[in-house]
Ligand binder design. Structure first.
Ligand code: F3S
Length: 422
């Protein structure tokens, strides 16, 4: 692999041990994927240091102690607890204190303590053709498909890329990977953000991978709808890029997205596909004690919508309603008065985490000394197919997927309101 003079210097340890280690890991990664050289990156969304995973926070602290610093604008991914308003989510204090240490490591390394899966709503908005890295699949697919930036799904390598400002040129950093592989014929207009999520989940499940090209939505999807579509495609299908002609740079038409010709056979995105996801995630006897909205972490527009739906209402006794968002959006929503509306209604606005990422997860491996005991939940109502899958797999309790409007109505009435009445 061709390396720049500075890459070689880092590899030889002339810029210190942390950069030697980082460059060594990136060269190993590049060789494994046949990269011919490295690119300069302009942005990195990196590992938070997860308190629920043994020794994970220490990993970030050790790097910071050794003098590691980020070389490009960087933001931290979702964490395991709300670092500030943690009491309202019932998080063990020992876990929160450990998670706060990860924030200290990020501050020393110079990365923004965003602790969110939607850093773009918090101002990290990489533009067309920016090479970047991301540990979070939702960020990867949104930045590839909506912003036209170039990102793979990276694990811990994202931290090393942030430190060096470099990344091997392979995967979605290459033009050849950024072309359509499957045609999706859009036969219905999803009615809401949650319908986009349901549709994305079913399309991702059918395709299993590749780059899906949605031929024509009857109207231009909103940014929130595109975010939900991408998050779900990335969850069920491991998809890292989709193309909506006229939205995804630089594709104006579906033909442009297939420079070698259309793949011929298409899958159909219709109401049956949307329905199938809601049915897939309707479990248990309909009882629940938690309603969750805000997956991926809510945008300002979504916080506005939640406030509109909850104004003057009251969450039923015995039910919790969580709205999760980034701290930055929470601050803006506080200024706008939306957080006050939600809290007056009895909802909890939670930042830095989400149900599947917090102490509810039964699949994590916390240090026994932290005393984390996942609570038993009767059932969780959600409005996102991504959260639904992870609640089922990681929290391991019955999950009920519905629209945002009906999730909020369920929290108010105490009765599950399905998206499609039965
Ligand atoms: Fe974000 Fe948690 Fe959903 S990490 S994308 S809110 S499952």
């Amino acid at each position: 692999m061709k390396l720049s003079e500075r890459d070689e210097e880092m590899l030889a340890g002339r810029h210190g041990e942390p950069l030697r280690r980082a460059m060594d890991a990136l060269v190993t990664l590049g060789r494994a994927y046949g990269a011919v050289d490295m690119v300069d990156i302009g942005y990195a969304h990196i590992h938070a240091g997860m308190a629920m995973y043994k020794d994970d926070v220490k990993l970030m602290e050790d790097l910071a102690d050794a003098g590691a610093r980020v070389a490009v604008p960087s933001s931290a991914n979702i964490a395991n607890a709300d670092l500030v308003n943690w009491r309202q989510m019932g998080a063990p204090e020992s876990l929160v204190r450990l998670q706060q240490r990860a924030a200290g490591a990020h501050r020393r390394m110079g990365s923004a303590c965003a602790f969110t899966c939607t850093p773009y709503w918090a101002g990290h908005w990489p533009t067309w053709n920016t090479h970047m890295v991301s540990i979070e699949s939702t960020v990867t697919i949104f930045c590839n498909s909506v912003l036209g930036a170039r990102s793979n799904r990276d694990g811990f390598f994202a931290v090393y890329a942030a430190m060096t400002g470099r990344y091997p040129r392979f995967g979605y950093h290459l033009d050849a990977s950024r072309q359509g592989t499957h045609l999706v014929r859009v036969a219905t207009m999803p009615r809401s953000v949650s319908d986009f999520s349901a549709l994305g989940f079913e399309v991702g499940r059918s395709l299993g991978g590749g780059v899906a090209v949605f031929d024509r939505f009857p109207r231009r999807p909103t940014l929130d709808e595109l975010d939900a579509l991408g998050a779900a495609l990335g969850t069920s299908g491991g998809i890292s890029m989709f193309i909506v002609p006229g939205v995804t740079p630089p594709y104006a038409t579906a033909e442009d997205a297939f420079p070698k010709g259309s793949p011929g056979e298409a899958i159909v995105a219709d109401e049956a596909a949307i329905r199938a996801t809601y049915e897939r995630f309707t479990e248990g006897d309909g009882s629940f004690d938690l309603v969750h909205i805000g997956c991926p972490h809510a945008s300002f527009e979504e916080m506005k919508m939640y406030a509109g739906l909850l104004d003057g209402k009251r969450v039923r006794d015995g039910v919790e309603l969580w709205a999760t968002t980034s701290r930055s959006v929470r601050n803006m929503a506080t200024e706008a008065g939306y957080v006050a509306v939600l809290e007056r209604a009895g909802a909890k606005v939670i930042s830095d985490t989400c149900p599947m990422s917090c102490h509810f997860a039964r699949t994590a491996s916390p240090d026994p000394a932290l005393g984390v005991e996942p609570p038993t939940r009767r059932g969780i109502v959600v409005d996102s197919a991504k959260q639904a899958k992870y609640v089922r797999d990681m929290v391991r309790c019955p999950v009920l997927l519905t629209s945002t409007e009906n999730a909020i109505a369920s929290a108010v009435s105490g009765r599950f309101e399905p998206r499609f009445p039965v």
